[in-house]
Write a protein that binds this ligand. Structure first.
Ligand code: FAD
Length: 380
């Protein structure tokens, strides 16, 4: 495996870094305070081709690879965790399932607007009574003539309040063993009976849109079924495997921002007549932070590389997500510690990094679920 970035990957990284520094970072504090979703940033990212990095040009994408995409996630996440989360969710959860499992017609109708940045997509899996246990999905889709009629409720769905379509999972029948068949269905957000509420008050990633979905007799054509109806469960597990790499990269980006802030502060702040960075206790903290970030980034790159090579990547995606998210929480916590009381104050940003990064241990499969995924791979 060669970790050297190609010229194209390096170019994307630098372009996104500049854009994130100039256009995203200056808004991060305001988005956190006001819980405003930065739709204008997503329009600009669409114009730059960032919303379709890993998709072919024929579907409105930029023809890049997973590595280029996760490099973009890291740079955006470093500038603003909220924007990073919505960016990662739009691509990994909103657009990717359409690309992986959609028919040619579905791709033209639903993927092209997302990949070209004209609108956002979302993925509705979690329900009030089905989180880690996604097999416990209660939303139902019943065939009626040429349509599905969908009833149910989804919670905490990223971007849904600004999305053109949400791919929702629903029970569509029972298999020969009597187990529920869970399928994925594309639902345009303007379908009658589809209500989207964005009233959650979150601890972090407060500028990312998080919505509740209520589906009451929502009628969509049967042609909106995504992929193989019998394999809906496997399809969304595959979608989550890919999404985990991007959440890991987002964790690395937020940790990098926290580390850089702590490094800078430690060289400026003086106590006992010396800078904090001259104390070995601070140096050891910084050394651990830098090392862990680098190791996590390598794990993310390895998982992305495997995916790009069409090799199995489930275990490595879980490694990356688990290690990067727990590492990033440690790093952001230490960044506050290095800042002392100032770190506890909003104006120094590091407290926001910790609030934002905590989600990475929960979303797209908690740390406990990652350990289950890894153990299953080891024992299978
Ligand atoms: C801001 C935000 C954005 C989100 N975006 C989306 C989205 O876009 N789409 C979407 O579908 N979902 C989304 N989610 C939902 C997220 O994926 C779930 O919160 C997550 O999967 C965990 O489910 P849960 O919250 O119901 O926790 P639970 O499953 O109730 O788990 C609670 C605790 O029990 C532990 N636990 C559960 N089962 C086991 C077990 N078998 N062994 C050991 N421990 C276990 C968990 O690890 C956790 O610590 C989002 C959530 C948030 C907070």
């Amino acid at each position: 495996m060669n970790f050297e970035l190609t010229k194209e990957q390096q170019m994307i990284k630098e372009m996104v870094r500049d854009f994130a520094k100039n256009e995203i970072a200056p808004m991060a504090e305001e988005l956190d305070k006001t819980e405003r979703f930065p739709i204008e940033t997503f329009k600009k990212m669409g114009e730059l081709g960032l919303m379709g990095i890993p998709f072919p040009e024929e579907y409105g994408g930029s023809g890049g690879d997973t590595i280029s995409y996760i490099l973009a996630v890291e740079e955006i996440g470093k500038a603003c965790g909220s924007t990073g989360l919505s960016y990662a969710a739009a691509i990994s959860l909103g657009a990717s399932p359409l690309y992986f499992f959609g028919t040619e017609e579905q791709k033209q109708e639903h993927l092209v607007p997302l990949a070209s940045g004209k609108s956002l997509g979302a993925f509705g899996l979690t329900e009030p009574n089905a989180g880690s246990d996604a097999g416990g999905t209660q939303t139902k889709a019943v065939v009626d003539g040429d349509d599905f009629v969908i009833n149910g409720e989804k919670c905490w769905i990223t971007n849904a309040g600004f999305a053109r379509t949400v791919t929702v999972t629903a029970v569509t029948g029972k298999d020969e063993r009597g187990k529920n068949i869970i399928s994925a269905i594309i639902v345009p957000t303007d379908t009658p009976g589809f209500t989207i509420n964005s009233n959650y008050e979150k601890m972090g990633v407060r500028g990312s849109n998080t919505s509740e979905l209520v589906l009451e007799d929502v009628r969509v054509p049967r042609t909106n079924l995504l992929g193989d109806p019998q394999k809906g469960f496997g399809q969304f597990l595959y979608t989550l495997d890919g999404g985990r790499i991007s959440i890991a990269s987002l964790a690395v980006g937020i940790a990098q921002a926290a580390y850089e802030a702590a490094l800078k502060y430690s060289q400026e702040r003086k106590q006992f007549g010396k800078t904090l960075s001259s104390f070995q206790a601070t140096q050891f903290k910084l050394a651990d932070m830098a090392m862990e970030i680098d190791l996590a980034r390598n794990a993310v790159l390895k998982a992305a590389w495997l995916k790009d090579q069409d090799k199995p990547f489930k275990k490595e995606a879980a490694f990356a997500k688990l290690f990067a998210s727990e590492m990033a929480t440690r790093v952001c916590n230490q960044a506050i510690q290095i800042h002392g009381g100032y770190g506890y104050m909003r104006e120094y940003h590091v407290e926001r990094y910790l609030r934002d990064v905590k989600l990475m241990e929960i979303g797209e499969g908690t740390s406990e679920i990652q350990r289950i995924v890894i153990a299953r791979q080891l024992l299978s």
